[in-house]
Ligand binder design. Structure first.
Ligand code: ZN
Length: 430
């Protein structure tokens, strides 16, 4: 199902190999649509308007009308900008005599097997001194395939298909060449391409990760699916921004946090102070803030596990979401998801009113359950929250699979949410 929305999504996924790139691309989009950036270190004189704020690789955007906040509350959508990946170690070069390799750390819950035999490039943020000895940082993306982690041949490991395990320290370092000795020079070339006017004199430090250069693509006889890296959770980030812009409604907000895949506890993560700090400044007095939040709702969007036809026993028989059947409402009695009956019912009625297919996910009772930013943000702010997301296969693989119809369904649902007139009708009880 080819559409402009999907094409824009594929372009965004390709152009966003790291959370920093994703944040920069979304900020550019917001700026081009008339949003003004607010710097956290500046004095804010906030009136009715559209704003965005960046902290690290996290971003908040808001369409604000302070006069009606306590009547309407805030309609908020959350997602996360980071994805599991392999990050370059600070002293990266492993200088063997025959091959040179790069030491990597595993970021988040990476599904490691699919990283073998991929054409890998490097991207991220670099901190350096320019020729005037000024401290600078910039984003780089080498774009070319500069590294690979070759599999061990099956002849050398006859058990590979039955019980292969991966040691992240010894089995993962990607090979970058046979006569490579200057990692800093490689990075300097990346900086020069990005900033031809301000080349680097000395590379000081970096936050770089490997990514697969294979671009996002449609897959399936009728192009039913979208295959890409980082669908978790750039898919939701992209749709949140599209819905915010499409709805163009007052007192709507999106918050996209880095560091979800490693627990969210950081200055920029959902367990940090970013959203709370911004809301304190946007909403004014504690009285106004608490009254506004009491009328607000957060939809936390993060992908769900589709029912895999080869592994149906991994799902509860009555809760197996299907690709291309719309957003999945995620429920967990132990608050791994923040959805409760009221917020679940609200989202269901919203989807029904707009003819949007929807599904529900609960994990098997004999299996553990993942989590996301929903419960964390709910507990930080005390705001009503529900967790939803699009069903995918291969979550945390280097290439994940989603349904080509689903982005449109979730975008419609989020747009309808943003456009709800006045306060959110989550039933108060009889
Ligand atoms: Zn996620």
């Amino acid at each position: 199902m080819s559409s402009q929305l999907n094409q824009d999504l594929l372009n965004f996924l390709k152009a966003s190999p790291t959370p920093h790139h994703a944040t920069q691309n979304l900020a550019q989009k917001l700026t081009s649509e008339g949003f003004d950036q607010l710097a956290e270190e500046s004095t804010w004189s906030i009136g009715k308007g559209r704003y965005f704020i960046i902290r690290g690789a996290s971003i908040i955007a808001v369409n604000l009308n302070p006069d009606s906040l306590t009547d309407t509350g805030l309609k908020m959508v959350g997602a996360h900008t980071d994805s599991p990946c392999l990050k370059v170690k600070p002293n990266p070069l492993i200088e063997g005599t025959d091959y040179q390799q790069i030491g990597v750390e595993v970021y988040g819950g990476v599904l490691l097997n699919p990283w073998f035999d991929r054409d890998l490039s490097l991207a991220g943020k670099v901190t350096y001194l320019n020729h005037a000895s000024e401290l600078r940082s910039t984003l780089i993306d080498l774009e070319a395939a500069v590294a690979v982690i070759p599999s061990l041949a099956i002849h050398l490991d006859r058990e590979a298909n039955a019980k292969r395990s991966i040691n992240p320290q010894t089995d993962l370092p990607p090979i970058v060449g046979q006569s490579f000795s200057d990692f800093d020079e490689l990075i300097k070339q990346g900086i020069k391409r990005q900033r031809p006017d301000a080349p680097a004199d000395q590379v000081l430090a970096f936050d770089l990760s490997f990514y697969d250069i294979n671009p996002p693509a449609y897959v399936g006889i009728h192009q039913e699916f979208i295959a890409s890296a980082r669908l978790d959770n750039l898919l939701s980030c992209f749709l949140a921004v599209e819905a915010l812009l499409g709805a163009s409604a007052e007192n709507t907000l999106i918050v996209l946090n880095d560091h979800e895949e490693v627990g969210s506890a950081s200055a920029v993560g959902a367990d940090g102070s970013f959203l709370r700090d911004v809301l304190e400044r946007l909403l004014g007095s504690p009285e106004t803030r608490i009254r506004t939040l009491a009328k607000s709702l957060l939809i936390s969007t993060d992908n769900a596990h589709g029912l895999h036809p080869n592994f149906t026993s991994k799902h509860d028989p009555l809760h197996g979401p299907l690709l291309n059947q719309g957003p999945v409402i995620k429920v967990n009695a132990n608050q791994r998801y923040a959805t409760d009956g009221d917020t679940h019912g609200f989202f269901k009625s919203l989807c029904q009113a707009h003819d949007i297919p929807h599904q529900v996910f609960v994990t098997r009772s004999d299996m553990g359950c993942g989590s996301t930013i929903g419960p964390i943000t709910a507990s930080k702010l005390g705001v009503k929250t529900l967790d939803v997301g699009l069903p995918t296969f291969g979550m945390h693989s280097i290439r994940e699979l989603g349904g080509a119809k689903d982005p449109d369904y979730l975008q419609k649902a989020l747009t309808a949410f943003f456009k709800v007139d006045g306060g959110i009708q989550v039933p108060a009880g009889d």
